[in-house]
Design a protein around this ligand. Structure first.
Ligand code: MN
Length: 147
């Protein structure tokens, strides 16, 4: 069924994005990303991580060698940087509104997979504009935290 197939494909690409995002984060903070670190970070079994990492290797997004760890390919790093950028822009926007850090993280982890480039761009512009208009921002924050 086409609809089911589309949904499965979307879910798969969301998982791919989560993996790439986390791998880049590990590489940036620790200098490397091992299966054991990814498993710990995503709270997924090492066997599942190994399967996914082999799949991502097959798709040309990273190079994986057992016992030697993995490196992102140019394509994999581009995707990882893109999802990281979406995460950062959405986080900047919600932080500006004074929302709770935990709520922000949870919401951004969902939103980042679904947001289109035009909507992300609009949010980026809105964020920069709000930063330049403290009075308006204060009004928005006040109303957000009422009730
Ligand atoms: Mn994220």
């Amino acid at each position: 069924m086409p609809a089911a197939k589309t949904t499965a494909k979307l879910a798969a690409s969301q998982a791919v994005e989560d993996y790439l995002e986390r791998i880049l984060e590990l590489i940036n903070t620790k200098g490397y990303a091992r299966v054991v670190d990814i498993a710990q970070s995503l709270k997924i079994s090492q066997a599942s991580v190994t399967n996914m990492v082999q799949r991502l290797d097959g798709e040309g997004l990273l190079h994986y060698e057992k016992y030697r760890g993995l490196v992102l390919t140019t394509a994999g790093e581009a995707l990882a940087r893109n999802i990281t950028r979406r995460h950062q822009l959405l986080t900047d926007f919600l932080k500006l509104l004074g929302l709770d850090d935990e709520v922000i993280y949870h919401d951004v982890e969902g939103m980042e997979h679904h947001i289109s480039p035009p909507t992300l761009r609009a949010i980026e512009i809105l964020t920069r504009q709000l930063e330049r208009q403290p009075a308006l921002l204060a009004k928005v924050c006040k109303q957000t935290h009422e009730n």
